[in-house]
Ligand binder design. Sequence first.
Ligand code: GRG
Length: 299
Amino acid sequence: MSEVDCIQSLRDLLGPYALRVEELLDRWVPEPGVPEDLGKAMRYCVLDGGKRLRPALVFMTNEAVGTAGGDEELAERAAAAVELIHCYSLVHDDLPAMDDDDLRRGRPTAHVQFGQAMAILAGDALLTRAFSVLTECLMPKSCKLAFELAVAAGAAGMVAGQAGDMELCEVPKGREGLDFIHLRKTASLIVASVRMGAISANANEKQLRAVSNYGESIGLAFQLVDDLLDVTGKVELLGKTPGKDHASGKQTYVSVLGVDETRSIADTLTHQAMEAIAPLGAAGDKLGRLAKLLSERSH
Ligand code: GRG
């Protein structure tokens, strides 16, 4: 049995990367000069929680590409930056004006803990801090990574997906509309994570294409599984309230396609993700294992 075959759970696989990014976030959040109460709220929103999937993807693709001269500090900064963006998006998504949630990562959401005004500002501060973390090392490639992250998180990426999901802009009906929304809302940060990991390791075009296709497939599969968990998941495992999308009558993969079809598309996407990274050879085995474990996850 290879080292990768021995990895039995998402926790086994993501745990070491989660510890590493926790240390970085603890060091970098907040930046110097932040008022104490705002700094406390920022730390509440980022520390001690979540699977840390996106930072793990940065580290794993950096290792998988592993070109000589690839920069580890840049990968560390990219890993922390993408988690900061992800955390801001969760804080803002949980607000009463958006998804209106009380529970996140097994704890009260930021606006329940600190009030709405502080939650909005803490989210703004995390979004901004992502780019100062990424660029303050003044490495030439940090600008390229900042561009990748900004485009993925911005108005043609995650923000567009959120606007579509909240019916603030027009999207096609049915499967086409769901793919439009979730390629942006969920997959775009996942694609940015693998691309930043690969770019920080000096990936060539072929490697970059391989990890981008992998990221898009696992990113969409991640959302399909999230929709399945909204119907079948348990609050203790999810750390958030299941059944909300279903109860609100929101269009999800499950409500549009049903449980079986959603499961089957998630499996197909997972298979496509594995095929996408075949050009990386054995160096991509861990990424393949991750795709499989993500499709089987219970939280
Ligand atoms: C506010 C611009 C803006 C966007 C919000 C992230 C988001 C977009 C909404 C959150 C709700 C949701 C279901 C998003 C889909 C992506 C997703 C499944 C997020 C949860 O990611 P996990 O499971 O969370 O990686 P942890 O807590 O493990 O980090």
